[in-house]
Write a protein that binds this ligand. Structure first.
Ligand SMILES: [Fe+2]
Ligand SMILES: [Fe+2]
Length: 364
């Protein structure tokens, strides 16, 4: 938690000159990490009694703080030659770090706010630990960015970024998924680089294993919160919402990753393979609480992800083009993206029955 407070002033002093990272972090497009706000009073009324035994165990783990000393540079932090990094890779990697930092920090802001506004001791304790972790994560990425001569001004970002209001149940679905997908992303890169250390072009990836365990626990907490109210995952309407969030989160990730070809090439990772792998892990984990998974091997899945990605690229180009031609092109591309999404959303899901005990341990 203090990480943010202590580094804030330093961050202030070192804002980008070459790259406008504040503007990058502040941008609110459909694809960039968002800042959320919710009905904190409703969240505060949650009663964790139905999951008390598992809850106490999880909170005990978080309280023990196994990663307390992890997010510090050690001798394992190799010197990074930013000046000689291939410009396209540098641009994409910085973009990756900025958007990761923003995502981590947006979690921190939401969790901290819940902790600040809440009166329910169970909820406050949980959100306090999660805010602590996310502040460390964001701070650590910012440390890496600072070496490149850039840093995201987190204090400024809190004020300047637009907040999206989500009802608490949408926060559960979206945040649960983003924590679990975060775990799956970090661990997949970590395992890949463990097998191919020559492709680790930056030391931050060495920190990903313990890091992703934090995200895993955060996801566990949201799984428990959802278990306190069975309606959240069993009613007809909520199942449609869950499908919606799964489709939206997966397809957004696909489009976003494909905007960084040089970054993935440097890692030696095929983006289609990587994304499918992350979806597979996330879907397997999410069966702990969601009564279905998306069929990512369905013949309509990949073609429509690709269609959506092309549509987003066209939208971006149209925006740059401007004028009436640009407007029209943007509309057409937008419609094509919407159709692709509809096609993905209507792929029949694979139904499953969540286990009696919700808790999982990281297994990848
Ligand atoms: Fe995090
Ligand atoms: Fe997290």
């Amino acid at each position: 938690m203090n990480m943010h407070a202590t580094t804030h002033d330093e961050l202030h002093a070192e804002i980008a000159d070459k790259f406008d990272t504040d503007a990058m972090a502040q941008e609110s497009t459909l694809l960039n990490p968002r800042f959320y706000t919710t009905d904190f009073d409703e969240l505060d009324r949650i009663d964790v009694t139905p999951v008390r035994a598992e809850w106490d165990k999880l909170i005990g783990q978080m309280k023990a703080d196994p990663n307390k000393g992890h997010f510090k540079k050690t001798e394992a932090w190799d010197k990074v030659d930013w000046d000689n990094m291939e410009p396209k890779l540098k641009r994409e990697f910085i973009d990756f770090l900025v958007s990761s930092c923003t995502a981590e920090f947006s979690g921190c802001v939401l969790y901290k706010e819940m902790k600040r506004r809440g009166k329910n001791p169970d909820i406050c304790e949980l959100f306090n630990y999660m805010a602590r972790d996310e502040a460390r994560h964001a701070g650590f990425i910012n440390d890496a960015l600072r070496e490149a001569g850039v840093a995201v001004n987190l204090g400024f970002l809190t004020k300047a970024k637009k907040y999206t209001y989500f009802r608490p149940k949408f926060i559960y679905y979206a945040t649960y998924l983003s924590e679990k997908i975060g775990y799956a992303r970090y661990i997949t890169i970590y395992r890949h680089l463990e097998a191919n250390p020559d492709q680790r072009f930056h030391p931050i990836f060495k920190w990903f294993k313990e890091w992703c365990n934090d995200e895993f626990s955060h996801g566990e907490a949201f799984a428990l919160l959802m278990r306190t109210d069975p309606k959240l995952t069993t009613s007809f309407a909520n199942k449609l919402w869950i499908r919606f969030f799964l489709t939206a989160v997966y397809s957004t990730m696909y489009v976003r990753d494909h905007a960084r070809p040089a970054f993935h090439e440097a890692l030696g990772v095929d983006i289609d393979w990587y994304d499918q792998e992350v979806f597979r892990k996330t879907s397997e984990i999410a069966k702990q609480v969601f009564p279905m998974e998306l069929d990512i091997d369905h013949p309509r899945w990949m073609p429509n992800l690709k269609r959506m990605e092309r549509a987003f690229r066209k939208m971006e180009a149209a925006e740059k083009q401007g004028g009436l031609g640009g407007q029209l092109a943007k509309l057409t591309a937008g419609a094509s993206a919407a159709l692709a999404f509809a096609s993905l959303y209507t792929i029949p899901v694979k139904k499953s029955t969540p286990p009696a005990s919700v808790r999982l341990e990281p297994a990848y």
